[in-house]
Ligand binder design. Structure first.
Ligand SMILES: Cc1cc2nc3c(=O)[nH]c(=O)nc-3n(C[C@H](O)[C@H](O)[C@H](O)COP(=O)(O)OP(=O)(O)OC[C@H]3O[C@@H](n4cnc5c(N)ncnc54)[C@H](O)[C@@H]3O)c2cc1C
Length: 396
């Protein structure tokens, strides 16, 4: 019987375990450094659900899986095919999945360690414990997590200032038109933004900027992106470069070892080498690893998709947005907007939508199917809010 060991019980690791179990595998061990049952990360930055709170368990049946909580893997012995735990215990494997996720970057400036981070449930609890109404919060970084947290803290009655080095918010993955509308929504709720602002130091009770500005702060959170957790893989001499390098079936440079989720830099058939950092891609990769570790054929063909909820606006992006592509804008109610991006042949390549959750979800689901089918839609049709795009699903 094949013995599977999975390091990491996040979205990728847990989906892989469930997929192996569903396929009838019986020897599955999941090692989780965290001491609590596996939970979803996306709710951690959003306003806590009044009924369910912050902690939302990952909803899969893990009966028959040996889940070892509070159990850190320290090293991999590839020759002996064992994983060594922090306790010194060695666990044998036939197939190993690294699903170690990512770690939030720390601020490099003096006093940077004073800033809280947001990756785990403990991090979220620490932030909420200090989020007294009327307190002043400085969030460093206007990415998705920084902006979601800004809304969450503002709802709790804090004064919130977002400090960003770049000239605009969400520069990495969200088109400028949509990012601007989102920032306007935050401003309307009283969130302050400082763009092009370089952090000099985090002091007791304040943040100092390079231009001399001193921002009083009872709470400072660094939301400046993540780094893949590759230490185990690197120490075991697996090929890594901004992530554990895997082929399109998620195999590392060692055929007995696979990697999935935020820690993996995948050779995606459509995009080339990418490390995705989103919930759905982590789950997709986990499920795929569950199949390919068993020797089934499979490739990561899923289109990247992510969402964010801020105030009453939902943001969804499918495909990989690129400001250089030809783009067409379509109004989606008020203040909603869809930006379609076209490849050089006129085919749909990506889309981002902002607005009420229902219309945004429907628009992006449809675009996803259109991209998968290689649909070519005339720009004038894309731009017309009344034009129905569903007939283009039938086109060759
Ligand atoms: C606050 C927050 C909000 C987010 N919101 C969204 C959102 O709205 N939309 C979206 O698309 N995505 C969102 N994401 C991103 C999404 O949650 C991640 O992409 C996804 O959780 C990645 O899953 P993963 O399994 O790869 O890694 P993780 O969820 O990071 O899990 C990795 C696990 O491995 C464990 N581990 C690491 N090393 C070891 C070791 N040596 N031994 C044992 N265990 C180990 C870690 O402790 C961790 O529990 C959000 C992320 C955060 C942090």
């Amino acid at each position: 019987m094949t013995r599977y060991v999975i390091v990491g019980a996040g979205e990728a690791g847990i989906r892989a375990a469930a997929s192996l179990r569903a396929a009838g595998e019986r020897e599955i061990v999941v090692l989780s450094a965290e001491p609590i049952a596996p939970y979803e990360r996306p709710p951690l930055s959003k306003p806590p659900d009044p009924d369910r709170g912050l902690l939302r368990p990952i909803g899969v049946d893990l009966s028959g899986v040996e889940l070892r909580l509070g159990c850190s893997a320290r090293a991999i012995d590839r020759r002996a095919r064992t994983v060594e735990l922090a306790t010194g215990e060695r666990i044998p494997y036939d197939r190993l999945l690294l699903a170690t996720g990512a770690k939030q970057r720390r601020l490099a400036c003096p006093g940077g360690d004073r800033a809280l981070l947001l990756r785990s449930s403990d991090d979220a609890r620490a932030i909420h414990a200090r989020a007294e109404p009327g307190a002043r919060a400085v969030i460093v970084g206007a990415g998705l997590i920084g902006l979601e947290l800004a809304a969450t803290l503002r709802v709790r009655g804090l004064e919130v200032c977002v400090v960003e080095l770049a000239a605009r918010a969400l520069g990495r993955a969200v088109p400028a038109e949509l990012a601007e509308r989102l920032v306007e929504r935050h401003r309307a709720e009283g969130v302050l933004f400082l763009f092009g602002a370089r952090l000099e130091a985090v002091e007791a009770g304040a943040v100092r900027l390079a231009d001399g500005t001193r921002l009083p702060a009872d709470l400072v959170v660094a939301a400046i992106g993540v780094e893949p957790a590759t230490e185990l893989a690197e120490a075991a001499d697996l090929a890594c470069a901004n992530g554990i390098l895997v082929d399109s079936s998620l195999r590392t440079s060692d055929p007995a070892i696979f990697a999935a989720g935020d820690c993996a830099a995948v050779d995606h058939p459509r995009y080339g080498r990418v490390r995705f950092e989103s919930w759905r891609m982590a789950g997709e990769q986990g499920r795929l690893a569950g199949r390919t570790m068993r020797g089934e054929a499979g490739e990561l063909t899923a289109l990247p998709w992510f969402w964010s909820d801020q105030w009453d606006l939902s943001l969804q992006v499918v495909g990989r947005c690129d400001p250089q592509r030809q783009a067409v804008l379509r109004a989606l109610g008020s203040p909603g907007l869809v930006r379609f991006e076209l490849d050089p042949t006129g085919g749909l390549a990506a889309a981002a939508a902002l607005g009420p959750a229902g219309p945004v979800g429907r628009a992006i689901r449809l675009v996803e199917r259109l991209i998968e089918r290689g649909a070519v839609v005339p720009p004038s049709t894309l731009a017309d809010p009344e034009a129905d795009l569903r007939p283009f699903l039938r086109a060759p």
